[in-house]
Design a protein around this ligand. Structure first.
Ligand SMILES: [Zn+2]
Length: 161
């Protein structure tokens, strides 16, 4: 079976940045996703199309095909009062916020000066070159329910009632 849209694909991977630092990896086994449903970044999804079980590859993905380029327009100053008073706010902290289209985005605290907190709405991997070492472990047809939901179910995927 070759990887194509509407297949559930299991991979193991190591992700490094342009300097060789490990950013992420499938440490305890495998990662499952639904191919063709934008579950993963476009550059990786495109590179996996047509691959077969057992295939291994190294793929280098530019930010445009990864988490996007950095946009300074996503830096914003907000008042310290926007955050819970009991919480220490420090540079580097990350939290979830609602984006302009209602989607969940990760926001990083860039700096804190007095009552002014500068937050960065860029994805933490925006502007970063992504170097994946990927091995295809398994490929199967998605169930009709998985296709309807747009994500993988079962022990290695998403579970809900
Ligand atoms: Zn579901």
């Amino acid at each position: 079976m070759q990887i194509a849209d509407n297949h559930v694909v299991s991979i193991t991977y190591i992700l490094k940045d342009g300097s060789g630092n490990i950013l992420d990896q499938s440490d305890d086994g495998r990662f499952c996703y639904l191919h063709g449903a934008s579950n993963i970044i476009p550059g990786l999804e495109n590179a996996l199309t047509g691959k077969q079980t057992g295939d291994e590859m190294s793929v280098s993905i530019e930010p445009e095909e990864g988490y996007g380029v950095r946009d300074d327009g996503k830096m914003q100053q907000v008042d310290r009062k926007m955050f819970p008073p009991e919480q220490d706010i420090e540079a580097g902290m990350q939290f979830h916020a609602e984006g302009p289209e209602g989607q969940t985005i990760v926001v990083t605290v860039a700096s804190v000066e007095g009552d002014q907190v500068t937050i960065d709405g860029n994805h933490p991997l925006a502007g970063v070159q992504l170097n994946f070492n990927v091995k295809v472990v398994d490929i199967r047809d998605a169930t009709s329910e998985e296709l309807e939901h747009g994500h993988v179910h079962g022990p290695e995927g998403h579970a809900h009632g």
